[in-house]
Ligand binder design. Sequence first.
Ligand SMILES: [Zn+2]
Length: 245
Amino acid sequence: MSDRKKLAGSALGIALLCACTSVFPMGCMTANITDRNMNEVHMYSGENDRQFYDTDSILVVANKKHALPAGYEPGDLVRPQVEMLNECFVRQIASAALEEMFAAAEAEGIHLILGSGYRAESLQRELYDKYTKQYGREVADTISSRPGYSDHQTGLAVDISDHDAKTYLTEEFENTPEGQWLLQHAHEYGFILRYPRGKDAITGYVYEPWHYRYVGTDVANAIYNEGSWLAMEEYCDVEGGTYAN
Ligand SMILES: [Zn+2]
């Protein structure tokens, strides 16, 4: 059960307890109602929740257990008006939030650069095939997503660089002013740290301080969890980790 479910469960339990004591003065009735509702909360699984598998949803999950529909390409890709290392496109809703976030950082003297956005399944296939030929499948799986399984294919994921790209795609990015600013503020613009430290077994990826994913501000605030980032898989209560085979 995720932390969010525990919180939701206990909050619901308390709310029911408070509401019920005035209606049902007998303690046992209160307890039964609370238990029944706690079980309902426990039974919830994101695996049955369509929004996590609907590519129209900003909460669509792409990980090593959940592939996107074959050949999926978002229909509303745009080029964000921000500085870029390479030509990048993301979904419109993420682009607007990204522009707002980059401007807010700039206003505080933090210069962010966009390094990567949407990645097509065909490009992912090229990369994965190249690594597979070079190193074998086992190694290829550790350095590249299989085509169809990449968060970047959703059009909602971005890799962000520091101002001079010295720490781009490295763990040192975390210690730069840019990396620190994102850790503290990305959620305010609807972005989450997609692969938090120590959550490899849940997300299927090692810590990536540069990779952010748009999920909207409500969910981003919940996943930010007052500074202790949850994995998206924990929040959505869906399967993650490594490939099934
Ligand atoms: Zn990335």
